[in-house]
Ligand binder design. Structure first.
Ligand code: SF4
Length: 321
């Protein structure tokens, strides 16, 4: 996904926001997309939500390519794929009550008629544990706490009966005390609704708590992914090791003698400007293992016997650990 941006004096430049990205979501599973801000996580979710048209590449739903859609075709897609945004206050219509916000989603997608709409709205509030539901249904968004607002936003996403929910940092604007509640709610919905859930976060500890798979992004490139515990205990890509090193976790394995297994990668810089990113592996200016190959070309994907995959010249394609 490349974006053209206009600067002063009519000049334009291209932001190379996302390259070499491939991600598959499956029903009943949560995939976490982890990386610093500007790494391309939200761009990828917005592509899935058809908010952008990819510069190249393809989005498929059940194996069928999905192109740009409008009107009824777009509604059909959104009845299967819903997004939950970071800021629940901005994503709900602040002038209207919870009832209005839910009723609108139900009506637009034909999920309720005049006779059962009230019942369906109460059922939605129950599914996100806003009970007793009569205490919430008439409230305006500003009369709710941040956690309650995010539950309403999730209920609205569920109103259409989606198969896929894209959560773009859904807990990052909430008080710490509410974050675990929302994570537990998402886990429960995965199990009860058999949802395919994308969970975008910069917090790898939260990703570990919630997701079956973690995929790591750096500066618009996907660098490593695989089963959650393999990524946490046995990270292969130097950037993943850096990320984990910055997120101390007593449950993670330490080498004998007590030093971190991630001590070989130190933080020595900032992510690049995506209007002029470094060629090859974009992590190379920060990577202590960088070679000429890293500066020349982005490495192919190497599948590892652990179920992980990695894009790094330290692992020639087909190599095993
Ligand atoms: Fe480091 Fe090269 Fe691997 Fe990139 S490809 S992470 S620069 S070793």
């Amino acid at each position: 996904m490349h974006f053209t941006v206009r600067g002063g004096l009519g000049r334009t430049s291209t932001v190379k926001a996302l390259e070499h990205a491939s991600l598959r979501l499956r029903r009943g599973r949560i995939v976490a997309l982890v990386g610093e801000s500007g790494s391309g996580k939200t761009t990828l979710a917005r592509l899935f939500a058809l908010m952008y048209t990819p510069t190249s590449g393809e989005i498929r739903l059940r194996g069928e390519p999905v192109g740009p859609r409008r009107g009824r075709a777009a509604r059909e897609y959104y009845s299967e794929v819903q997004m939950v945004f970071q800021d629940p206050f901005a994503s709900l219509n602040s002038m209207h009550t919870v009832r209005h916000n839910l009723a609108r989603a139900l009506r637009i997608h034909g999920r309720a008629g005049r006779d059962d709409i009230e019942e369906r709205m109460h059922a939605l509030l129950e599914r996100v544990s806003l009970t007793p539901t009569r205490d919430f249904i008439g409230k305006l968004p500003h009369e709710l706490s941040g956690g309650q607002r995010q539950r309403v936003a999730i209920a609205r996403a569920l109103a259409v009966g989606p198969k896929v929910v894209l959560g773009d940092e859904p807990i990052s604007m909430l008080d710490v005390s509410m974050r675990l509640d929302i994570l537990n709610l998402l886990a429960r919905l995965r199990d009860e609704e058999d949802l395919a859930l994308l969970y975008i976060t910069h917090d790898i500890a939260g990703a570990r708590y919630l997701a079956e798979e973690i995929h790591v992004m750096y500066a618009g490139q996907m660098v490593e992914g695989g089963p959650t515990e393999e990524i946490i205990q046995n990270p292969q890509h130097p950037y993943t090791r850096l990320l984990l090193g910055a997120s101390p976790d007593p449950a993670r394995t330490l080498t004998p003698g007590g030093s971190s297994v991630f001590a070989d990668v130190e933080d020595s810089g900032e992510p690049p400007n995506l209007t002029d990113p470094p060629p090859g592996c974009r992590f190379h200016p920060r990577c202590p293992f960088a070679t000429d190959s890293c500066r020349r070309a982005f490495p192919a994907r190497t599948e590892l016997p652990t179920g992980q995959w990695v894009h790094c010249w330290l692992y020639p394609s087909g190599a095993s650990t």
